[in-house]
Design a protein around this ligand. Structure first.
Ligand code: GDG
Length: 462
């Protein structure tokens, strides 16, 4: 989390996390001024907690059941165990009255567990993926435990206002708590975890009806990227040379289209390929003029749905290439690899049209990276309205990826767009992405977390 590094260094912060390998005990260590506290996962937990509950239950459920979620009670038990371990590790190292910021859907029970262990702490949570509408969320057999887990936080951050709204609605429906805009009243009872905590007394208040509540904020904090560092990289002569080389290696097509995604069913890669294949079949574009580069970085390969997706995508790519490629011009350059950031930036620079066709995506940083890189004010971003980024990047060509004809027409519009319009749109997009970078995101979240919110006035604070 490069965004948080400066904040953590300045404030003597520590990072509690899983090192990425199972069954290994690693002692805490310092890395460039940041304390790293590794949390151990067994091979079975990797399967049940991480690949299972996190990536095969919560991930598909929170992305509007694009793939069917799997519900296994053993996986849930593992999720509880691992969340307890993370909470205990954070409880052990946090300073008195300190701030803990919990990241993402794998750790939704941590806020409450941590509050039970350390009522003195200020606790934030940020959800990087969408929070689904109640009609979908309510499928989850452990729906109440999860929202109770999250409500242990003082501030719960989401990508979009709609996500925060869905969460507040779930809280009203399942727990009957009152909400006012972005505030949720969590009743303080004498026996539960909401016992009046000393350190955070400022967040406890008496409502007009006389109830003593802990006021929790559930609000959108759209994440961003380190925009400047992307632009700086794009300006490097070696990266520009690489971008020119890429164009040449592709046979100098008029238009390079690019997709960059983890190979994930939420990203709408199949929809994009379908639209592209039909445009070729209908002779609206030709392989001499237009080529598509698709980076599909390997992801979650031990989860069955992901293995099936890979087969499906590679079958489609093979068919399109078989039908339309020539010896000198390939229709789709499909790359199932991860690349260094330099190469990604060169690809963004080379791409005339960037395709982000997610069916559901918390934010989508690729869209923002493409914009940050285009200091030449050129290039067209096609962006799904189902990606959180579409709330901010209004001057992109917004599409509904399910509407294949609409997507095809938009691709044609991008291919044919006059330079003046490209520049006008890209300028506006760049202003947004450069002004709202990731440093601003973390500042704004931490400011709300540490300084509280406008709701507290000296008259109603205990
Ligand atoms: C989750 C949410 C939300 C990809 N391939 C390579 C590579 N990448 C980089 C991209 C980008 C990142 O990975 C992917 O971020 P996204 O935001 O696009 O998507 P998720 O991975 O699904 O992220 C998402 C995000 O969390 C943050 O809150 O926006 O909605 O799903 O930075 O550039 N980077 C390199 N080589 C690759 O091959 N170096």
């Amino acid at each position: 989390m490069t965004a948080l590094e400066p904040v953590m260094r300045e404030n003597d912060g520590a990072w509690v996390g899983w090192p990425g390998v199972a069954d290994q005990d690693i002692e805490p260590f310092d890395n460039d001024g940041i304390r790293i506290i590794p949390v151990r996962l067994s091979a079975q937990e990797l399967e049940e907690y991480y690949e299972g509950f996190s990536n095969d239950t919560l991930w598909p459920l929170y992305h509007d059941v694009i793939a069917p979620p799997t519900y296994h009670r053993e996986w849930w038990e593992s999720y509880v165990d691992v969340n307890r371990r993370f909470a205990a590790a954070a409880a052990e190292i946090a300073s008195p009255g300190g701030v803990v910021w919990v990241q993402d859907y794998q750790l939704q029970l941590v806020p409450r567990l941590l509050r039970e262990l350390r009522p003195d702490l200020v606790i934030g949570f940020f959800n990087h993926i969408p929070f689904p509408a109640y009609g979908i969320y309510s499928q989850l057999p452990w729906r109440t435990q999860i929202i109770q887990g999250l409500l242990g936080a003082d501030v719960i951050g989401f990508q979009r206002p709609a996500d925060a709204g869905n969460f507040s609605r779930a809280v009203r429906r399942l727990l009957g708590y009152n909400t006012h805009g972005t505030f949720i009243d969590v009743p303080v009872s004498s026996d539960g975890p909401d016992t009046l905590p000393s350190g955070v007394a400022a967040r406890v208040m008496t409502t007009r009806r006389g109830d003593v509540v802990r006021s929790v904020v559930a609000k959108h904090f759209p994440i961003s990227i380190d925009s400047q560092s992307y632009e700086e990289m794009a300006r490097r002569p070696d990266i520009q040379a690489r971008a020119r080389q890429i164009r040449e290696d592709l046979g100098n097509p008029k238009t390079i289209m690019l997709g960059v995604d983890r190979l994930d069913y939420t990203k709408g890669i199949g929809h994009r390929l379908k639209a592209f294949g039909e445009l070729l079949a209908e002779d609206r574009i030709s392989v001499e003029d237009v080529t598509l580069v698709q980076v599909a970085s390997p992801s979650r390969e031990r989860v069955e749905t992901y293995r099936l997706l890979r087969d499906e995508i590679e079958l489609t790519v093979g068919r399109i290439n078989g039908d339309f490629s020539t010896i000198s011009h390939q229709a789709i350059n499909y790359l199932h690899h991860g690349y260094p950031r330099e190469e990604m930036v060169a690809l963004y620079l080379a791409a005339d049209v960037m395709l982000v066709t997610a069916l559901r995506d918390g934010m989508n940083l690729v869209a923002k990276e493409y914009v940050a890189v285009r200091y030449d004010n050129d290039g067209v971003l096609i962006l799904s309205e189902f990606a959180g980024a579409s709330d901010e990047l209004k001057q992109a060509l917004l599409i509904n990826p399910h509407d294949i004809d609409g997507l095809k027409d938009t691709i044609m519009r991008a291919v044919e767009m006059p330079r003046a319009e490209r520049v006008r749109r890209m300028r506006a997009l760049r202003k947004r992405v450069l002004e709202n970078d990731v440093a601003k995101w973390s500042e704004s979240f931490l400011d709300t977390l540490v300084n509280g919110s406008a709701r507290f006035t000296s008259s109603n604070v205990h």
